[in-house]
Design a binder for this molecule. Sequence first.
Ligand code: B4P
Length: 192
Amino acid sequence: MFNLILFGPPGSGKGTQSEKLIEKFGWIHLSTGDLLRKEIANATPLGLEAKSFMDKGQLVPDEVVIGMIGSALDANPAAKGFLFDGFPRTVAQAEALDALLSGKGSEITLVLALEVGQEELVARLLNRGKTSSRSDDRDENVIRKRLVEYDTKTAIVADYYSQFGKVAKIKGEGSIEDIFQSLSAEIEAKQP
Ligand code: B4P
């Protein structure tokens, strides 16, 4: 089973590239952001709790997202691979993911880390906020708060996987197609 983490700050292109990668490689796409927005749209208790964090640009508590990912893994027993998009975002989430996968006799194969400059990230998210229904993309203060959360809580997740030699850095600026080609080349080099 191939298990890829697409890693990077908010606005680095994770969602954009995930769509293309799952089409090419046939994995199951697990985006915690998408799963949380579905819960919000359905006005579930979990969604209502998550919304209060997301609207402020804060991370949703670990136990909430870890529970969601555990259920999604169980719901797809025949998957040939998973693409984790926006998860893990803390070291506690990374450790929980390792435990969930190892319980299924599997592990993370590769972490691809998209690198994009801070002001480009802000510009992309503000731009998306003009047209999307995402309330967290409309307010520059909320966007900057998300970037601080990334720097303080999420960036170290790459160090966690680096100790196992699993991380490749990818330039996330340039055309969507060129970035997709760079990501695909790293994946193909790891495939048996
Ligand atoms: P996410 O849904 O994961 O959103 P995101 O980090 O903002 O990135 P996204 O994937 O959507 O954007 P992309 O870079 O593709 O998280 C939202 C919130 O949910 C978090 O703030 C948090 O509160 C909560 N959450 C989610 N997961 C969590 C977890 N594990 N733990 C705790 N809380 C969690 O694209 C951005 C824009 O850039 C798009 O408009 C796109 O068109 C554009 N773009 C992409 N590639 C480009 C390129 N090459 N050039 C120019 N523009 C490009």
